[in-house]
Ligand binder design. Structure first.
Ligand code: 13P
Ligand code: SF4
Length: 309
C-alpha cells in the first residue's frame, strides 16, 4: 500500500477535485507529484477503457499527451475534458496525416488500416481500428484482411510483423518515438554487465535490435504487471523513466534500473501541479475534436476496446 504525505498544493488540488466533481486521469509517464494526486494511472489502453467509465464525473483532467486526451474526448464528446498544458503533444502522433493514409489506401485498396492510438484524431478517422502497445497483435489478428497498413510507429509495426503471418505495411516511412529510439544495443550491454541477474523489459516502440535482446517486450502497463508477477528481483526497464517512479511506489521491494537515465518524454513533463490546479479552477484547456472527425474516429476506438475485452 502506498502511504502518501501530500504537500499543500496537492491537498488543494484534492479539495478542488471534490468540489468540482472532477477526475484526474494520468499516464504512467507522469512525474511522481502528479501520480500522487491522480485518481487513475495507466497505459494508453487502460486510460481509454477508464474513459468509458466516467459518466458520474463533471470534469476530466487529463495528464497525458494530446492524442490520449483527444481519445477520451472522442469517447465522451458531451463531457468537459481538459489538459493542464495544451502544448503536451506526442511528436510521433504528428508524423502521419490523413492525406498520407488516403494515399496509402489508394495504393493498397485490399488492406485494412490499423492505427496506433498515438495518432491525430483526423488520422484516426481514416482507420478501420486502433491499437495500443498492449493489444497491437491481437487487433491485427482480429481482422479478416491479410494485408495491414500500420502506422505511425515503424517499430511497433515490425514488432507485430514478426509475430503474424499477415503482411504489415508500415506508414509513414520512419515513423518513430524519439524517446524509445534513444535505446541502443550498447546501452543493453552496459546495463546487463552492471546488473547480470536483471530481467530486461522494453517497450515495442524500441528499435528491433533492442527488442531482440529483451526478455519481454511490453506496454507500460504490461511492464508493471511483469515486475509484480515475476520471480526476478531486478529489472532493467527500457521505456520513459517515470514508469519506474510508478513501479517504485507500488512495488518497492523490487529493484528497477532505467536502460537510460535520460529517456524523458519532454511533453509529458509539461504538466505541473500548478497547471493541474489552474485546469481545475478555470476548466482549462478544453480538448475539442471536430464533430464529424470525432464521429468517424469513434468507430475505430470502440472496435479496439471491443477486441481488447
Ligand atoms: P503505453 O500505452 O505502453 O503506456 O505507451 C504509450 C506511449 O506513448 C509510449 O511511448
Ligand atoms: Fe509520444 Fe514517445 Fe512521448 Fe510516448 S514517449 S508520448 S510515443 S513522444
Amino acid at each position: 500500500m502506498v502511504i502518501l504525505m501530500l504537500n499543500k498544493l496537492q491537498q488543494e488540488i484534492i479539495k478542488l477535485k471534490k468540489e468540482k466533481n472532477a477526475i484526474i486521469l494520468a499516464h504512467n509517464y507522469q512525474p511522481k507529484e502528479i501520480q500522487e494526486i491522480a485518481d487513475f494511472l495507466g497505459d494508453s489502453l487502460e486510460l481509454c477503457i477508464k474513459a468509458t467509465e466516467i459518466e458520474d464525473k463533471d470534469l476530466v483532467i487529463f495528464c497525458g499527451v494530446d492524442f490520449m486526451a483527444e481519445t477520451a474526448y472522442i469517447l465522451n464528446p458531451q463531457k468537459k475534458i481538459v489538459i493542464p498544458d495544451k502544448e503536451a503533444e506526442c511528436p510521433m502522433a504528428h508524423m502521419l496525416d490523413m492525406e498520407e493514409i488516403r494515399e496509402a489506401k489508394k495504393k493498397h485498396s485490399d488492406a485494412a488500416v490499423v492505427l496506433y492510438v498515438n495518432s491525430l484524431a483526423t488520422a484516426k478517422a481514416e482507420a478501420d481500428i486502433l491499437c495500443t502497445s498492449s493489444n497491437a497483435l491481437k487487433v491485427v489478428e482480429s481482422l479478416k484482411e491479410d494485408k495491414i497498413l500500420f502506422g505511425p510507429d515503424n517499430n511497433l509495426a515490425n514488432y507485430v510483423a514478426k509475430q503474424t503471418k499477415k503482411e504489415i505495411i508500415p506508414i509513414p516511412e520512419g515513423g518513430h518515438c524519439y524517446v524509445h529510439k534513444m535505446f541502443h544495443v550498447g546501452d543493453v550491454v552496459f546495463k546487463k554487465e552492471k546488473h547480470p541477474n536483471a530481467e530486461l523489459i522494453v517497450h515495442p516502440e524500441c528499435n528491433m535490435e533492442v527488442q531482440k535482446l529483451a526478455d519481454h517486450v511490453l506496454s507500460t502497463g504490461g511492464m508493471l504487471n511483469q515486475v509484480k508477477n515475476s520471480d526476478s528481483e531486478e529489472f532493467i526497464i527500457g521505456t520513459e523513466i517515470d514508469l519506474i517512479t510508478r513501479i517504485n511506489r507500488e512495488i518497492p521491494e523490487k529493484k528497477c534500473y532505467p536502460l537510460l537515465d535520460d529517456a524523458i518524454c519532454k511533453t509529458m513533463k509539461l504538466h505541473t501541479l500548478d497547471k493541474v490546479k489552474n485546469s481545475l479552477e478555470n476548466e482549462k484547456y478544453e480538448v475539442f475534436v471536430e464533430e464529424e472527425i470525432a464521429k468517424k474516429s469513434l468507430n475505430a476506438v470502440e472496435r479496439m476496446i471491443e477486441v481488447s475485452k
